[in-house]
Ligand binder design. Sequence first.
Ligand code: ZN
Ligand code: ZN
Length: 390
Amino acid sequence: MATVELLAPLHAEMTAWRQDIHAHPELGFQEHRTAGLVAAKLEAFGFDEVHRGVGRTGVVGVLRAGRNTRAIGLRADMDALPILEVNRFGHCSVNQGVMHACGHDGHTAMLLGAARYLAATRRFDGVVNFIFQPAEEGLGGAKAMIDDGLFERFPCQAIFGMHNRPSLEVGRFAVRAGPMMAGGAFFDIRVAGKGAHGARPETGVDAALAAAQIAVSLQSIVARNVAPVDTAVLSVTRIHGGDAYNVIPQSAELGGTVRAFSREVMQLVEASMRRVAENTAAAFGATAEVDFRALFAPTVNDAAEADFAARICSELVGADKVDRNPPLVMASEDFSFMMERVPGAYIHVGNGDGAMPHNPRYAFNDEAIPYGAALYARVVERGLSRDGKG
Ligand SMILES: [Zn+2]
Ligand SMILES: [Zn+2]
């Protein structure tokens, strides 16, 4: 019997967990209720170890079977977003202005379902580390867990994570070898000139003019420095400077975001930005200081683990429902930091039609839960198979 069906008896229970978590969303590093719920469930399922407070509000559960020491890590994220939910269903957010608008409630329920199934059946030989991560939405939850010794305390030879994807039909998966999602950085550029009367520009150094020229020149980087076969985005999304109509501002600030699919391209863009900003400012007699903050690494799947995951997906739903070459996604995901430490794969799970993540109308599709849970479970049963054949 396919594992999707094996997980079917848990569907109602997993849905109830998901809707309960949805109704009680918590922002990054504030997932106290959610983490408590997760840890209590793992203990109730008979886990060998349950560790709270890993990376502040993260939880790690350890499940063992047989004698093999090979370990697989399964990761789900638990945090919500500062969004006012506009949905009107019965399990809407009771926390005003906080919403599970990215479906992390669903990911948590999927991993809990797999935990329950695997704890009861233990048809594997090895160690499974269930990683419930806090603060995925830009606050650095993955890094916090890694810095807290995640992979030293819970060594893993391979790790797997997943994210729901609206527009992909329920019962379908998408996973590709190599880059999957972009790395992301934020930047600020502070331009310093010399203030002057608006009618006497010759006595000052116009920071607004230098900033404007920098904004234009930055667009040459993706066009002229990044190789055409590589992909990058550089968007200036903020420009601030000056307060009066008749004063030339002595300072101005630019800010924005950069996305790229490799560390190398990200570093190239950063170095080019510094060169362009500093030298363009100098051309006007001003100075520019660049603060470049790489927040997310690119999400890059290990070729072998991505192939393994795709084969499991095919077993579950048939090869025709598994897209092994989906388009690159410009959004970012902090599971990338875990995959920089341990080879793994990040898989997209179909969520069906509906609003995209981070939209106040977004709704996680409970019909998708058994597919995600089955994928987690089957990755373990095949990756740590008792006959060693995988
Ligand atoms: Zn999100
Ligand atoms: Zn998300």
